[in-house]
Ligand binder design. Structure first.
Ligand code: SF4
Length: 337
């Protein structure tokens, strides 16, 4: 495998990662880099986004140099196919982030109504700050009552069926930017005669809207497809991801800047190393809590280990847990041999 660049292994700038990757090469252990090399050269239609397999009349592909057909079976041009593919990528990315936020919102609701007693309001000040921002009354009310209302507003942002912009976006986005998006909608209406929305109405809805309109026979206009991609992306950035961050702070504690150990050197041969891959911290926060507990320390010592070390790339940096630097290294950290 070609890994050298100017005499240095180009796969990572981190010497510990390079050392482990060389061991993996020597022992024939598959890694993301090795699999990437085996995929070369990658499909150039795929790289340009001009192939489509959205419906069963396909797959279709358009040569960008003008050779062969210029339209798919349904009549889609290269621009339409690229815009549809881009929109579907936006829907997938937004859904991945936002579904994370949904789980946190449902957990906050469960904590508030007492059906989950494993998690707690760890940062009451943050809860009150979020409630104030959302316009939820806090005076004379218990923390759990306020938390229930915050959770309800967040959950509504996912499934609201109205036409108004999602509440989290309206309350958090700078007013000037919010107005600019509204103005853009009006300008496009005046110049094209078509209603083009940029302000998301509900997080789930904008992703479903993309799946709907990118099906053949629905929307073939690259402009409206790209506009919907923006709308769906905003529903993630000012909706799902924002909800995840704010409500995690309430439940797990607001992170502060701390120094942590990072890279594969955090693996300890004489300790129990627990490596978890993923970006949702709800479960992993509990794993960190358990790894730091007296009970786990005693269990590790009973089998001759120094301690339990819990490693990953996510929220646990906030708790000063060591991290092995990047998700790409998880598979090596899990089985370095
Ligand atoms: S949607 Fe159109 S371009 Fe895509 S596979 Fe079907 S017929 Fe081909």
């Amino acid at each position: 495998m070609d890994t050298a660049h100017n005499g240095q292994d180009k796969r990572s700038a981190d010497p510990a990662a390079v050392e482990m990757l060389r061991i993996a090469d020597r022992e024939g252990y598959a890694t993301i880099w090795e699999r990437f090399e085996k995929q070369q050269p990658q499909c150039s239609y795929g790289q340009l986004g001009t192939c489509c397999r959205i419906c069963s009349m396909g797959p279709c592909r358009i040569d960008p140099f003008g050779e062969g057909p210029t339209r798919g079976v349904c009549g889609a041009t290269a621009d339409t196919i690229v815009a549809r593919n881009l929109a579907r990528m936006a829907a997938v990315g937004s859904s991945s982030h936002s579904d994370h936020g949904r789980k946190v919102a449902l957990l906050l609701k469960a904590v508030a109504d007492g059906t989950n007693t494993d998690y707690h309001i760890s940062d009451p000040e943050k809860l009150l700050a979020v409630a104030a921002r959302l316009g939820i009354p806090t005076t004379g009310r218990s923390l759990l009552e306020v938390a229930g209302d915050v959770a309800a507003v967040a959950i509504d942002c996912f499934g609201n069926q109205g036409e108004e912009p999602i509440v989290f976006m309206e309350k958090y986005m700078p007013k000037k930017r919010f107005q600019r998006l509204k103005d853009l909608e009006e300008t496009l209406y005046k110049t094209t005669g078509a209603r083009t929305g940029f302000l998301p109405r509900a997080i789930d809805r904008e992703a479903v809207d993309i799946l709907h309109r990118t099906h053949f026979g629905c929307d073939h206009d690259p402009l409206s497809l790209v506009a919907q991609s923006v709308r769906c992306s905003l529903s993630d950035g000012w909706g799902g991801s924002l909800i995840a961050t704010e409500l995690q702070d309430i439940l797990l504690g607001t992170p502060t800047i701390k120094a942590v150990k990072a890279n594969l050197g955090v693996l300890e041969a004489e300790s129990v190393n627990v490596v978890v891959h993923g970006h949702e911290p709800i479960l992993s926060a509990k794993v960190v809590e358990m790894a730091l507990s007296e009970e786990c320390r005693r269990a590790a010592e009973a089998v001759g280990a120094r301690r339990v070390v819990r490693l990953d790339t996510g929220h646990n940096m906030a708790r000063s847990a060591p991290v092995e630097l990047a998700a790409l290294l998880d598979e090596i950290a899990a089985d370095p041999r």
